[in-house]
Design a protein around this ligand. Structure first.
Ligand code: UD1
Ligand code: UDP
Length: 399
């Protein structure tokens, strides 16, 4: 197993502590980086600062509140209906200013958002090492997901440390020429967050459906789903609630395009609840109450298998093939026909349902964050500094 080696340039500062800046922009980054922030703060040799770019506002604040993380710096960048170019330009300028002021020894970012791309690029321009959490995910198609596949590929090219969640993601990085010494397979800290929420959150049964009904939990927000794909998904919802005793709960992403389409297409359906984005423990409770999950989200594809919930991926391709291989996730595309066929099969055939509804966890064991923190400390302070968890070896460990 590969492990991140120490930095050749590591030298202690006057205080002896090295400065680590954690950059967080959107809801999924906050969920996945919250355990990482905590684990970094547990390391005596690191001084940790949290930067909220606030690419998202309300959804970011919701998560930060739950995990009790107060950013040290907040760029407050979100604008309603922001375009990719405008957001990227504003982020690059603002993050550069933060790097100039803060002089971090290393910056940590996660995933494939505009925040991670702009932060990694700003670090590259200033010669600041960048550590990439959830590295190595690829579909191989720059158009799907758009623009996230480009964001993570470019970020991977710029990063000094790579923390892929699985061995498959690590292999993607090696195939692109990343040195083994810069890679550590850690698992995905989303599982750390999920376990934390299950332990500390108030997971009420408010989403339990009335007797005789089943709950389908739906999220769909991706840019490449705008237009015809989202209309297909909405059509599948309408048909499903007519054909079976099913209630659909859909926390609708605040993106104005998503809001307008979904409310127009599903607003009048009595068995469909269109609701505001849920705070994290309530969303976990909704996943637990669900019979099935329909989603185009990345994070939800990782969480649902861990909870033993079959998940239909409303996309044609995924950078998370491990859930599909394990059997709990199925790629059905944004296709009304395929979504319905697979849903009816799982609703009507108990044996088929049981075959896929077992809890498997290909994305981590809940200890990704301490592994990441140990590797960061090793990079900055030298090998003797950081006793850490042993590397995540992947596989489908049952919970
Ligand atoms: C971004 C990420 C996507 C991720 C998603 C998580 C990029 C390119 N995309 O997409 O990978 O899956 O976040 O949800 O970075 N808005 C609000 N309040 C909020 C958040 C968003 O009103 O708290 C609205 C605003 O009008 C904003 C719009 O949603 O302009 C789009 O937000 P943006 O971050 O640009 O894109 P997402 O579609 O959220
Ligand atoms: N999530 C949440 N509330 C909701 C919907 C989703 O807390 O109403 C969580 C979900 O559990 C997952 C994350 O948000 O951890 C996924 O974020 P999103 O779908 O916005 O982004 P993606 O993962 O697709 O990048």
């Amino acid at each position: 197993m590969t492990a991140v080696s120490d930095s050749p340039t590591a030298a202690p500062t006057a205080s002896g502590r090295r400065r680590v800046l954690v950059a967080i922009g959107t809801r999924p980054e906050a969920i996945k980086l919250a355990p990482v922030v905590r684990a970094l703060q547990d390391r005596d040799r690191l001084a940790v600062r949290v930067l909220a770019t606030a690419q998202h506002r309300q959804m970011l604040d919701q998560v930060l509140r739950f995990f009790a993380i107060e950013p040290d710096l907040d760029l407050d960048l979100m604008q309603a209906g922001q375009t990719l170019s405008d957001l990227t330009a504003r982020l690059l300028t603002a993050v550069d200013g933060v790097l100039a002021d803060e002089q971090p020894d290393l910056v940590v970012g996660q995933g494939d958002t505009t925040t991670v791309l702009a932060t990694a690029l700003a670090c590259f321009y200033r010669g600041v090492p960048f550590a990439h959490v959830e590295a190595g995910l690829r579909t191989g198609d720059l158009g799907a997901p758009f623009p996230e596949e480009m964001n993570r590929a470019v970020t991977g090219r710029l990063a000094h440390l790579h923390f892929p969640p699985t061995e498959g993601a690590a292999q993607n990085l090696r195939d692109e020429g990343v040195a083994d010494a810069a890679i550590e397979v850690t698992g995905n800290p989303v599982i750390d967050a999920l376990l934390w929420a299950a332990e500390h959150g108030d997971l009420s049964d408010e989403f339990a459906p009335p007797s005789g009904e089943r709950l389908v939990l739906l999220t769909a927000h991706r840019r490449e789903s705008f237009g015809a794909p989202l209309l297909e998904i909405c059509a599948a919802v309408r048909e499903l609630v007519r054909q079976r005793p099913v209630r659909v709960v859909y926390p609708v992403h605040p993106n104005p395009t998503v809001q307008a389409t979904v409310h127009r297409e599903l607003g009048d359906e009595p068995k469909v609840q269109l609701i505001e984005p849920l705070d994290y423990p309530r969303f976990v409770a909704a996943m637990r109450a669900a019979h099935l999950v329909w989603t185009d989200s990345g994070g939800v594809q990782e969480e649902a298998p861990a909870l033993g919930k079959p998940v239909l991926v409303l996309r044609d391709t995924t950078e998370r093939p491990e859930g599909v291989t394990a059997g709990t996730a199925r790629l059905v595309g944004p296709s009304r026909e395929r979504i319905l066929a697979e849903t009816l099969r799982l609703l009507d055939d108990d044996a088929a349902y049981r075959a896929v509804a077992s809890a498997v966890n290909p994305y981590g064991d809940g200890h990704a964050a301490p592994r990441i923190a140990a590797a960061v400390e090793r990079f900055l302070c030298g090998a003797s500094a950081a006793a850490g968890e042993t590397a995540w070896r992947g596989g489908a460990a049952s919970r």
